[in-house]
Design a protein around this ligand. Structure first.
Ligand code: ADP
Length: 432
């Protein structure tokens, strides 16, 4: 800019100087005419190049850019350089975008980019199949209007994206797991994974366990029956043989417990017991539990109950009783003699919560989140000696899942444990 102004100033100074010479050689009037005509030519040349620039801008092509003269030569050369740079950047960007879209389309997962109002900004091919999105028509429409599913809508509305959501679809892929990852200021990346084969395998596994345990039940009952028949005083068995029969009978009972627990677990998982809205009188439930826990309490623990008898819930009576008893029997098993066990049932923050706190052996921190896995035991020998099957807590966890509640565990090694069953508030029976 500075350069153009300087060059214009030099040019005008030059024609002024020339006009001065003309006025000396000829007359003042001739000098004025000379000055004006030179300026007009100067102006016309600028108008010409401005017009050339305007024509070129209508259809910009690098090969057809005017050459220009004087100042205009510089200007056109700068425009040319910028134009080439822009074209190259645009080309690079387009290539990068194309590569990104191709890579995203090759993904096996569905990916959708959403704005603050959950409107679709972009999605890959897999997402189109999973959610039934039309590539062009559905852009800028809220995804919950395209993929209509109440659970999915709730998941988006709740904005709690910590854990993924499994949903069934009527589209090309039937079972998907959806996860939302917020990014940028208000945008979200929604990813969807096809879990159809995983669910199928899971089902096959569960059916196998269920059928297998069911098939084991009959031969085991026959074997136990024979052991009992043979182990009779009238058979005059020797002490050694008696010991063998006792051992056989104990092991047969252990197997029975295992089979019963496995069957219970697969029944809960398969949701066979669908009636989870029975009215449960907690007062009566705890009366039964007190009797059972007194029977189980062989180690002279101090067991205390602190129960809100007015707080009743909807659920499956047998399953809730099984969950409560499991926790109490664990507390009894894993607390050394004369320990303390406190069982409470109260409304805490509007949620019905059952808590079992013991002064027992506790669980190492790094093992707490594993103890609800099937057959996981902190200490194999100790657990076997308590007669446990290793399935109790997975049963409790599954029962809570089927009741839309959760099992929370806090514990410290050698310092006791607290197991909490938290039920959702819509399971509370409102007293009339
Ligand atoms: P088990 O039949 O072996 O008791 P569970 O599934 O009920 O199986 O429990 C899994 C493991 O969790 C147990 O083997 C034990 O190591 C640990 N556990 C459960 N409850 C307690 C408790 N109250 N205190 C300490 N450890 C516990």
């Amino acid at each position: 800019m500075q350069d153009i102004r300087l060059r214009t100033f030099v040019f005008i100074a030059l024609i002024l100087l020339l006009s001065l010479i003309v006025s000396k050689l000829f007359s003042f009037d001739t000098a004025i005419i000379f000055f004006v005509i030179t300026l007009i030519f100067y102006l016309i040349s600028h108008i010409f190049w401005i017009n050339e620039l305007s024509k070129w801008l209508d259809k910009p092509k690098a090969t057809q850019i005017p050459d220009g003269k004087g100042i205009w030569q510089d200007i056109f050369s700068k425009i040319y350089k910028n134009y080439r740079f822009d074209t190259k950047s645009k080309k690079d960007l387009t290539t990068a975008m194309e590569q990104f879209v191709q890579a995203a389309d090759a993904l096996l997962d569905g990916v959708v980019s959403l704005n603050e109002s959950n409107e679709i900004i972009w999605c890959n091919k897999r997402a189109q199949l999973m959610f039934g999105i039309h590539a062009r028509k559905d852009l800028n429409k809220p995804i919950q209007h395209i993929f209509r599913n109440s659970e999915f809508k709730k998941y988006l509305d709740d904005e709690n994206y910590e854990s993924p959501l499994q949903v069934d679809t009527e589209n090309y892929i039937n079972h998907i797991e959806v996860k939302v990852i917020p990014f940028g200021r208000y945008q979200k990346l929604l990813t969807a994974r096809d879990i159809s084969s995983m669910l199928k395998n899971e089902l096959v596994r569960k059916e196998f366990v269920s059928n297998f345990t069911h098939e084991l039940k009959t031969p085991l009952t026959v074997i136990s029956g024979f052991i009992e028949t043979l182990d009779q005083p009238k058979n005059n068995l020797s002490e050694d043989t008696k010991k063998i029969f006792t051992l056989m009978s104990d092991q047969a009972n252990r197997m029975k417990d295992l089979i019963n627990d496995l069957l219970l677990l697969s029944n809960i998982e398969a949701s066979l017991n669908k009636n989870r809205s029975e009215k449960i009188s907690v007062k009566r439930l705890f009366e039964n539990i007190k009797i059972t826990s007194t029977k189980l309490n062989k180690k002279k623990h101090k067991i205390k109950f602190d129960i809100d008898k007015e707080l009743n819930i909807y659920g499956s009576k047998s399953e809730i009783q099984s969950a409560f008893t499991n926790l109490i029997s664990n507390a009894i098993s894993y607390t050394p003699e004369k320990g303390n066990i406190l069982i409470t049932w109260h409304l805490i923050n509007n949620l019905p919560i059952m808590e079992v706190t013991d002064s027992g052996v506790g669980i190492p921190k790094n093992k707490i989140n594993r103890i609800t896995e099937r057959f996981y035991r902190v200490d194999d020998d100790r657990s076997r000696s308590t007669g446990g099957t290793g399935l109790g807590l997975s049963i409790v966890k599954n029962i809570m899942l089927q009741h839309q509640g959760q099992l929370e565990i806090s514990s410290e090694l050698n310092n006791g444990s607290t197991f909490k069953l938290v039920f959702p508030k819509d399971r509370i029976i409102k007293s009339t």
